[in-house]
Design a protein around this ligand. Structure first.
Ligand SMILES: Nc1ncnc2c1ncn2[C@@H]1O[C@H](COP(=O)(O)OP(=O)(O)OP(=O)(O)O)[C@@H](O)[C@H]1O
Length: 256
């Protein structure tokens, strides 16, 4: 299997008169935590939405684990192997935590609708396995005791963990986390960092948009910095921190 998990290039996206992304590309190796940072409006979410099939790009090439994929629809991208979380948490609020994770798992299983309707033996067996795996994942992210709670009753930090468990349930090549620390308190951020570290140690690959620069710098192997839709720096956190364009984008006259 290729050691390169995500290899995208030449991505451009325009909204009317606004060039939200200009010729953006990046390569992520297996086992890396890769950060995407930049000031507000830099194009980070647009980039995420393009690579996960929510927005159609004007141009771009897309490869996942050595195979080209077309980010034309979210479920196709999920099947290809990218799972994501959202800046504004998107859980099934009235389903239990366990059911939310089971939904993630279903894209990797085969019984289909007829199996569900007729409750075939294969279907029942498969459901049992899915539930077991979902419970393990809840345990993995540290919220096993809330398995039967409705998602909307969980604390904000736990809902974010639940979203991560659901993403992991798809057995993704790449997990894309959109501002996972947003709205978290200091304790929750420490726990999140531990969780991301653990996911990385299990040889998973993570792409992360994050505003908390300290978290990004402490966690990421490599970082790309966007500003006004352009890639202004790429490298290790230490290199990027010293980069003049980056310093200017965050602090300078272009500050936005
Ligand atoms: N659907 C859309 N229609 C029109 N303009 C959009 C759309 N989505 C994003 N934009 C614009 O594209 C630019 C990049 O936005 P984007 O949300 O990708 O930035 P960001 O780096 O994620 O910002 P933030 O850190 O504030 O989330 C912004 O100027 C934004 O207003």
């Amino acid at each position: 299997m290729s050691d390169t998990v995500l290899n995208v290039g030449g991505i451009s996206k325009r909204f009317g008169g606004l060039q939200a992304l200009s010729d953006v590309g990046l390569t992520i190796q297996r086992g890396q935590v890769y950060g995407l940072i930049g000031p507000n409006g830099a194009g980070k979410t647009t980039f995420f939405n393009v690579i996960t099939g929510l927005y159609t790009p004007d141009s771009g090439t897309f490869e996942l684990a050595g195979k080209p994929y077309q980010p034309t629809a979210v479920h196709e991208v999920a099947k290809a192997g990218i799972a994501r979380t959202f800046q504004n948490i998107r859980l099934f609020a009235d389903m239990t935590a366990l059911e939310n994770v089971m939904v993630g798992r279903h894209i990797r299983t085969g019984s289909g609708l007829l199996g569900a309707v007729f409750r075939t033996k294969h279907f029942v067996q498969e459901e049992r396995e899915i539930a077991k795996r979902a419970q393990e994942l809840l345990d993995y992210v540290g919220i096993a005791k809330y398995a039967d709670y409705k998602a909307r009753t969980l604390s904000y930090g736990d809902q974010r963990r639940l979203e991560i468990a659901r993403a992991l349930a798809t057995d993704p090549q790449l997990i894309a986390l959109d501002e996972p620390a947003a709205g978290m308190n200091a304790t929750e951020k420490v726990q999140l960092r531990e969780l991301i570290d653990r996911i990385r140690k299990d040889n998973r690959t993570i792409l992360l948009i994050e505003h908390d620069v300290k978290l990004v710098m402490g966690l990421c192997d490599r970082v790309t910095v966007l500003d006004y839709g352009k890639q202004i720096a790429e490298g290790t956190p230490a290199d990027v921190q010293k980069n003049e364009k980056v310093i200017e984008a965050y602090l300078g006259t272009g500050g936005h």
